[in-house]
Design a protein around this ligand. Structure first.
Ligand SMILES: *Cc1c(COP(=O)(O)O)cnc(C)c1O
Length: 377
């Protein structure tokens, strides 16, 4: 048993217990478990928070990405460019739809998809770019959107780790929420995400009326009028109980973000200018909502450090130990070890420390002391 876990969902729940318990009880009492008033209420709250015209709630973040791609009228073999350094879901849905995932390398400072690498990967078959706002900061959306415009491509944002992050366009100076920048934004409400529910959940965002209409049909079995199916769809809905929890937590999301940022600041100070530790760097056009606090270690025995921390009851994690192009399921003759040197070096060097809304300075001191004790030995 760890004393300090990567997240503290129990501690967070204690703070909102009364409100959450009564909202859940209300859903149970009125028995509208699926697509009830709680879902409509949360949908409206999230549309307002993100400043988007349409939020389509769905069952999880992976479905959100799948439904987004299904709405784009693509053919088997069409190419979708995404990052080699992300959670598997991003590439999984591309492959499931018989589209071709085209992977590209990332920026060594932000870990986000490298726009120059996107340019080089474009072919006549390219139809979509999926930037992932990894660990909580936005990818270079201005450049990505320019590339997309030039080549007539769709941009689908994977915002599963960056809900609430602000992106400021370097050209217009306008600030918008992550997920509202491309044609479609996708997110996950998995419990450990920055806005997490008490089970699975997800949502899709867009300002495009036609895409929104299409996606609402797809998540509901391709049904336009009850029992008339115009498209092949899926069954992907957000439960009312989850929506009720999410509506309560959305009101606190900005405070949760501030708590994460304060925790990151504490770590940054403790590790500042250390020759063996690269602290997170945030690009100028975005803020960071720290879904993960991820360091890059230089000349440190990562396994040994993780064991040293674990012995003191402190969790740590590697996101992600294996790049997508080296995953067994995706072994692809187009790719080999060495193709994405930055991703590969990150997969060997990154380490994430506990970051969540309930960290105290006492806990963080304990973590940083244990960490530095090993690194400085
Ligand atoms: C969590 C996550 C997903 C998938 O979300 P689920 O709700 O677990 O399906 C997709 N992409 C990224 C980057 C994620 O972190």
């Amino acid at each position: 048993m760890m004393k300090h876990n990567m997240v503290d969902l129990k501690g967070q729940y204690q703070e909102i217990k009364q409100e959450v318990d009564s909202a859940i009880q209300e859903v149970i009492s009125n028995t509208s478990f699926v697509n009830g008033p709680a879902v409509k209420q949360f949908q409206a709250s999230l549309e307002e928070y993100l400043g988007v015209k349409h939020v389509i709630p769905c069952a999880n973040g992976t479905d959100a990405l799948q439904v987004a791609l299904m709405a784009l009228d693509l053919k088997p073999g069409d190419e979708v460019i995404t990052t080699s350094f992300t959670f598997i879901a991003t590439a999984e849905v591309i492959a499931l739809l018989h589209l071709t995932p085209v992977l590209v390398d990332v920026d060594p400072d932000t870990f986000n998809i490298d726009p120059e690498a996107i340019k080089k990967a474009i072919t006549p078959k390219t139809k979509v770019i999926i930037p992932v706002h990894l660990f909580g900061q936005c990818a270079d959306m201005h450049t990505i959107k320019q590339i997309a415009k030039e080549h007539d491509l769709f941009v689908v944002e994977d915002t599963a780790q960056a809900i609430g992050a602000d992106y400021t366009c370097p050209k217009s100076g306008k600030t918008k929420k992550a997920g509202s920048l491309g044609h479609i934004g996708c997110t996950s409400f998995f419990p450990s995400k920055n806005l997490g529910c008490y089970g699975d959940g997800g949502a899709i965002f867009t300002n495009d009326d036609d895409l929104a209409a299409q996606m609402r049909i797809i998540v509901n079995h391709g049904m336009t009028v009850r029992y008339y199916h115009d498209l092949i769809g899926v069954n992907s809905r957000l439960d009312s109980i989850q929506a009720a929890v999410l509506d309560i937590k959305l009101k606190r999301l900005d405070d949760y973000t501030k708590a994460r940022q304060a925790a990151a600041e504490f770590y940054n100070k403790a590790f500042a200018n250390h020759p063996n530790i690269q602290t997170p760097k945030t690009a100028s056009f975005t803020n960071h909502v720290f879904h993960q606090y991820t360091l890059v270690l230089k000349d440190v025995d990562r396994e040994g450090l993780m064991k040293h921390l674990a012995d003191k009851g402190i969790a740590s994690a590697v996101y992600y130990p294996v790049p997508l192009h080296l995953q067994k399921a995706y072994l692809d003759p187009r790719y080999k070890e060495g193709d994405f040197p930055i991703t590969e070096s990150l997969s060997h060097g990154v380490l994430s420390l506990p970051i969540h809304t309930e960290l105290t300075e006492e806990i963080q001191s304990e973590i940083t002391e244990a960490f530095l004790e090993f690194v400085n030995q």
